[in-house]
Ligand binder design. Structure first.
Ligand SMILES: Cc1cc2nc3c(=O)[nH]c(=O)nc-3n(C[C@H](O)[C@H](O)[C@H](O)COP(=O)(O)OP(=O)(O)OC[C@H]3O[C@@H](n4cnc5c(N)ncnc54)[C@H](O)[C@@H]3O)c2cc1C
Length: 441
């Protein structure tokens, strides 16, 4: 009898796992996918919002591709229970699926600020395709959009809102924008850049309620001073979709606790993507990195292990990269490490900022900001990511970076970081061309 793999969640992690099982297995297995939504990429939804791509382009594995991979599907269905003794998963329509091993990759859901009116008409989240459709239907040229929350996700959709010709106001409860992505100096630079481009920003502003007022949405604040807009988008955080596993026996802290092979405390149950608390490659500590590259890599590693390989994951890199109105903004690794040796550089002639954090002679964290039109900004984003990810020993090049935080290239080349990165495919083997399917590998 073929091995029965069950994949719960058809997002980035789940689809990468399926693809990898088919690539790596010696004998054809049986794969079943249970997913509340059809497989698509949340990360490309901002491009759908500004009409750069059609809706059909958000899907990562169509029915035809799943058929080609010989995957049995339960799409539009939710897993509601996992019985780890009988190896059975129950779905919301009562169907029971038996498995030999199982991947939980159910991702996250948006959380709205707990204030009256947060669920009202004209108040949106922007996390699912369905929610994206809702925003698309309401935002056009001249619409006043009020975005509550100035974190990474808010910033991924900011360009699209402006590209549609909408007016944008951002309100943030924290003292600075992008509070979990850049430091005070970086946030001040981004804020000034956006204000010069017509975006209104209010920090230190806690929303206390949202009311309907003459066809508008009126936001009230703890500190006073209302704002009236046409549409409200709440980008106020996410939570893992794990409540259905509450009594299952799967160990969950901030997310499913997984080992180096991404197995949970139950050896034939794996966790991947936003719902997995795995190793951080820089600190070696357990962390939840709810970002696309982690979901992709987790999916690849789990897929290989389900296919019978013995792949250990090196750990994921915390990496947030956005481009806002042609300003590149990125941070990597332990950029908030108060115990690291830190140097900063702020250019007077242009909006460019660097913060480099060292432990010994290794770069363990970095923040970089600069105009996308400066070729060295874009190049340095990639090189800083490489230096943090590999943790290469910089030797005397550390002193060079300390003196010249805007001159990354010599240190990158001299430390042979490219050579180190090239050997580092997630599965420890040369990468394969993705073939006909659009799923990234
Ligand atoms: C607008 C937007 C922009 C983003 N931009 C970036 C970016 O630029 N860079 C970046 O790194 N990250 C970005 N992200 C985050 C990234 O998309 C997520 O980290 C990634 O999708 C996580 O993948 P996943 O497979 O863990 O979960 P998901 O992709 O969320 O997939 C989870 C799947 O599980 C299904 N599911 C949930 N519960 C159940 C259940 N009980 N039973 C069955 N199925 C279930 C869901 O319907 C979904 O299909 C962005 C996210 C959004 C919303």
């Amino acid at each position: 009898m073929p091995v029965r793999h069950l994949i719960i969640g058809g997002g980035t992690a789940g689809i990468n796992a399926i693809r990898t099982i088919r690539e790596e297995e010696q004998e054809k297995s049986e794969i079943t996918l249970v997913s509340a939504e059809r497989p698509y990429s949340r990360m490309v939804l901002p491009y759908y919002l500004d009409r750069s791509i059609a809706e059909s382009h958000v899907f990562t594995a169509t029915a035809a591709v799943l058929g080609q991979w010989q995957v049995k599907t339960h799409l539009g269905r939710r897993a509601t229970n996992l019985d780890i003794k009988s190896n059975t998963c129950t779905l919301d329509d009562g169907t029971r699926v038996e498995y030999d091993d199982c991947l939980i990759a159910t991702g996250s859901s948006p959380v709205r600020a707990p204030v009256p009116g947060a669920d009202g008409k004209g108040v949106h989240s922007f996390w699912t395709l369905e929610e994206a459709r809702g925003v698309i239907a309401q935002v056009q040229a001249g619409t006043h959009v009020v975005m509550v929350g100035a974190g990474f996700i808010a910033f991924t959709i900011l360009n699209s809102i402006l590209a549609l010709g909408a007016k944008l106001t951002i309100v943030e409860i924290a003292p600075r924008i992008l509070p979990r992505m850049v430091d005070d100096a970086g946030a001040a630079l981004v804020q000034e850049w956006l204000q010069k481009r017509g975006v209104t920003i209010r920090t230190n502003s806690a929303v206390t309620g949202i009311e309907d007022a003459k066809g508008k949405k009126r936001l009230r604040f703890k500190s006073g001073g209302d704002i009236a807009g046409d549409v409200v988008i709440m980008a106020t955080g996410i939570r893992t979709n794990l409540e259905w596993l509450k009594d299952s026996g799967i160990a969950i802290k901030r997310a499913i606790v997984v080992d180096d092979q991404l197995r949970s405390n139950v050896p034939n149950v794996y966790g991947a993507g936003d719902v997995a608390e795995g190793k951080d490659v820089v600190t070696g500590e357990a962390a939840v990195h709810a970002i696309e590259p982690t979901a992709q890599e987790h999916g690849r590693v789990v897929g290989a292990n389900m296919a019978g390989k013995n792949v250990r994951y090196r750990g994921s890199l915390l990496a947030n990269i956005v481009e806002v109105c042609h300003l590149d903004v990125a941070s990597f690794g332990a950029w908030e490490d108060a115990k690291a040796e830190t140097i900063t550089g702020l250019r007077k002639d242009r909006p460019a900022y660097r913060k480099l954090l060292f432990r010994g002679d290794r770069l363990t964290g970095a923040i970089i900001l600069g105009p996308s039109s400066d070729i060295w900004t874009t190049n340095d984003v990639g090189m800083l990511k490489g230096l943090v990810q590999t943790g290469v020993s910089l030797g005397r090049w550390k002193a060079h970076l300390e003196r010249n935080p805007f001159d990354i290239k010599p240190a990158f080349i001299a430390s042979r970081t490219t050579g180190t990165l090239l050997l580092e495919t997630v599965l420890g083997r040369p990468s394969k061309a993705p073939g006909d399917s659009p799923v990234a590998v």
